[in-house]
Design a protein around this ligand. Structure first.
Ligand SMILES: *[C@@H]1O[C@H](CO)[C@@H](O)[C@H](O)[C@H]1NC(C)=O
Ligand SMILES: *[C@@H]1O[C@H](CO)[C@@H](O)[C@H](O)[C@H]1NC(C)=O
Length: 242
């Protein structure tokens, strides 16, 4: 789980690099631009009907970034999906919901603008996909999260997280299993379009079993709203040679 501080920062903040990112000049091992951002430029599907909505805190949005500090160079950016949730109950043995997200990635210099000559190429998918969600699954219920990254239009990278009940009610942070490094270097340095599909399916394999996958809830103007199930997209960079 991210700390409370990270969540609060994310609620009021933007998609810029957050202070938990180590400045790039503290270690010769690190390969990263001064800063960068991800903007959601399109959303489609029943799991994200709110493209363009801005009223916080319950819209589909970027939340926070994190990274390793041990030289392994694993970066994540998280995106929250308040409408991506599904439940099974007696009489409803399967439920699923999906969303397709398009992101614009931009490298930024220390003035917060895209440099005339970008220095780095983003390579998607350094370490699978992270998922921060709430589960409440009885025995006999299975939850499947499938992440499909559309790369150059020909190949896709697919990550899957399977969670079998029982899983006690609570918030969990999981990483999809990683079998070998499969990355997609963006076609251009400094900028690019990233598109992925997020799909959640909950199935009762046992007659009448109950289960829910959702996210933390909070009170907002007298209503209960969902924070959003979070998908952590992983990446790193390589230097561009002129
Ligand atoms: C991208 O997002 C950042 C941070 O939210 C914002 O400042 C910037 O204006 C956005 N850029 C575009 C092109 O929408
Ligand atoms: C990288 O992926 C592995 C395998 O899923 C996971 O155990 C590990 O926690 C991940 N590393 C980070 C920094 O998230």
């Amino acid at each position: 789980m991210p700390s409370r501080l990270q969540i609060l920062t994310a609620l009021v903040g933007t998609a810029f690099a957050l202070p938990n990112l180590t400045p790039r000049d503290t270690s010769a091992l690190r390969i990263l631009p001064w800063s960068w951002n991800f903007n959601i430029t399109a959303l489609s599907g029943p799991g994200c009907p709110d493209f363009g909505a801005t009223s916080p805190p319950h819209v589909t949005r970027p939340t926070f970034g994190s990274n390793t500090v041990d030289g392994s160079e694993i970066y994540y950016w998280f995106f929250a999906y308040p409408h991506l949730r599904a439940s099974v109950a007696p009489g409803t043995p399967e439920a699923s919901v999906w969303c397709e997200t398009t992101l614009a990635y931009t490298e930024l210099d220390k003035d917060g603008v895209a440099p005339a000559v970008p220095g780095y190429r983003l390579k998607l998918h350094k370490n699978g996909t992270q998922v921060i969600a709430r589960y409440d699954l009885e025995e006999g219920v299975e939850a499947k999260l499938k992440f499909t990254y559309f790369t150059d239009g020909k190949e896709t990278i697919v990550d899957t997280l399977n969670v079998a009940g029982p899983r006690a009610s609570g918030s969990y942070n999981d990483n999809t299993p990683v079998t070998g490094l499969v990355q997609w270097p963006l076609p251009k340095c400094g900028t690019g379009t990233i598109k992925f599909r997020t799909e959640l399916t909950v199935s009762a394999k046992k007659e009448g079993a109950k289960g829910t996958v959702s996210s933390d809830q909070l009170e907002y103007e007298g209503k209960t709203v969902y924070y959003g199930l979070q998908q952590g997209v992983s990446y790193d960079w390589e230097k561009c040679t002129a």
